[in-house]
Ligand binder design. Structure first.
Ligand code: TXE
Length: 509
């Protein structure tokens, strides 16, 4: 049962029982050089529940040095690709065995539903199996070179030390999208999880050692973006930055990485349109729109935060949508019956409420919710009522900017042309949904939508097999799928003379 008062809700965690975590550097569990820890908050109780090391540049330096040493160490560099793949698959098995515990930690740390976090952690092993399987299929080519007396071939080589910087919304899943291909390709990693949800990363760290990864291949350093994130991105021995987070931070990370001419992948969120046509299966589309924005409390990069509804079904659709959204059960994310949990962080909670105020000031009509959730089952937690705005104009801030919370903007459209124009008219391009029974429409829309993922008659589906990433300001590069491994490789061209006769040394061969 959900707790019913603020007092009982908070009493779930006792500060004196908080676990004091350590950093993973070079295979050792280390204290931060600062000698300081910070509290990780449970969004449901709004109370601290664990202590996370507050690292500094010195710790990043130690971690990058360990990763660099491991990269060159024969214990890792000398492994056959098959042996490397085997380690990844061993890790996958360990994660599967530990999934329940890790899912519970994630849910406690970021407030997302146990139903979702447990399912995510159970699914994570697939990435390690898939990329583990790819490790020994990274092949170069023999080039039928146009010059006689020369043999030319390519080698696909790892980049070196990869910085993985991850956010708080799906901590282990989003890290996995980076770690699995990075390790399969033979890189080493320094992982900096979000300061708002570091606990699962530190617990996950133990599994690398148990799987048999050599020390230093994966290092985990916790702390704040400006204190350790920047030190990591700008470290001269980091070859690549793989980042998921907000677009403003992504812009800074990109600029910092550019100064060091580093490889970069960025996944930066979006303002995805969920487009419903009058020929859609309406009941399914209603569920799809609800799942697009209220699942995970809207805190997903792919949130369908704009519902574009075809004019002929507009009134009927909005009525059904409101009726379903009203039934959402809020409360303790650790209860399997809960459907909408708290917002993960206090600043994010404030940001969501600010956007609700802005939408009202802009003249949008609040048809549902519109403020903090005061329900008894929400206790002290950072809960926001599932909120739906109608009367939204495409140019309003609420229709252009990423809220990252349970706030939906509904916009009507007249025809396909207008739907495309509105859907594509934001600076983002991560995902889009289309609800229609017309195959022609499904194909046309999927071609014309400027988004890295288009779902037709479904929403929020991802897989280790399918590329994921953004158009426009939603990011650079792709995660998952066979080509993702290329984001962690570089190509070397090797030329071998086969005739043993030096050509004219004063001209290019
Ligand atoms: O993310 P940040 P925040 C969006 C969402 C949210 C907004 C802000 O709209 O409201 O971003 O969230 C690290 N150098 N998304 O502030 O800042 C930071 O420590 C290097 C979308 O939590 O992007 C964390 O590990 N690193 C998103 C990571 O960057 C820095 C998921 C992400 O934090 C840094 C989360 C710096 N200068 C938020 N500053 C998605 N794409 O799914 C911070 N970091």
């Amino acid at each position: 049962m959900a707790t019913s008062t603020r007092q009982t809700n908070a009493a779930a965690e006792k500060p004196e029982e908080m676990k004091k975590h350590r950093l993973l550097i070079g295979g050792n569990w280390a204290e931060p050089s600062t000698g300081k820890w910070f509290e990780s908050m449970n969004p449901y109780t709004a109370r601290p529940w664990a202590l996370v090391p507050r690292s500094a540049k010195e710790d990043i330096n130690r971690a990058v040095a360990a990763a660099k040493a491991a990269f060159h160490d024969p214990a890792w560099r000398g492994l056959t690709a098959t042996a490397r793949g085997h380690l990844l698959r061993k890790l996958a098995d360990l994660i599967a065995a530990d999934a329940e515990r890790l899912g519970k930690i994630e849910s406690t740390d970021n407030g997302k539903l146990i139903a979702e976090m447990a399912a995510q952690v159970r699914y994570i092993p697939q990435w390690f199996h898939y990329f583990g399987g790819l490790a020994d299929k990274i092949e170069g080519r023999v080039i039928p070179i146009d010059k006689p007396g020369v043999f030319n071939f390519t080698r696909e080589e790892p980049l070196g030390v990869v910085a993985a910087i991850t956010p708080w919304n799906s901590p282990l899943l989003l890290a996995t999208w980076k770690l699995a291909p990075a390790l399969a390709a033979g890189n080493t990693v320094v992982w900096k999880p979000s300061e708002f949800s570091s606990v699962s990363a530190l617990e996950f760290g133990e599994l690398f050692e148990r799987a048999g990864f050599p020390p230093g291949v994966v290092n985990i350093v916790t702390g704040f973006g400006n204190e350790v994130g920047e030190a990591l991105v700008t470290h001269r021995d980091v070859a690549k930055v793989a980042f998921t987070g907000g677009d403003k931070t992504g812009e800074q990370v990109y600029a910092m990485a550019a100064r060091g001419i580093k490889h970069v992948t960025l996944e930066l969120g979006g303002k995805s349109a969920n487009i419903v046509f009058d020929d859609a299966e309406v009941e399914e589309a209603v569920k799809g729109v609800v799942s697009g924005i209220f699942a995970a409390t809207g805190q997903t990069c792919i949130a369908g935060s704009r519902a574009l509804i075809h004019r002929p079904i507009y009134e009927q659709f909005v009525e059904k949508l409101l009726a379903l959204a009203k039934t959402a059960k809020m409360g303790n994310p650790l209860e399997t019956s809960t459907q909408v949990g708290p917002v993960t962080t206090q600043p994010q909670y404030q940001k969501v409420l600010d956007y609700i105020r802005i939408a009202k000031e802009e003249g949008a009509v609040c048809a549902l919710g519109g403020g903090p959730a005061k329900r008894p089952e929400c206790g002290d937690g950072w809960f926001v009522e599932p909120t739906i705005f109608t009367g939204v104009k495409p140019e309003m801030r609420i229709a252009q900017e990423e809220v990252f919370g349970p706030v939906l903007s509904i916009i009507p459209f007249e025809d396909e042309e207008e739907a495309i124009r509105i859907a594509n008219d934001t600076m983002y391009g991560l995902a889009a949904g289309v609800w229609t029974t017309s195959i022609r429409r499904a194909l046309t829309m999927s071609e014309r939508l400027a988004a890295g993922t288009v779902w037709v008659n479904t929403y929020r589906a991802v897989s280790y097999m399918s590329p994921f990433g953004g158009y426009k300001r939603s990011g650079i590069g792709r995660e998952s799928g066979i080509d993702a491994i290329r984001e962690y490789l570089q190509t070397k061209s090797v030329w071998i003379d086969t005739v043993g006769k030096a050509p004219n040394p004063f001209v290019m061969r």
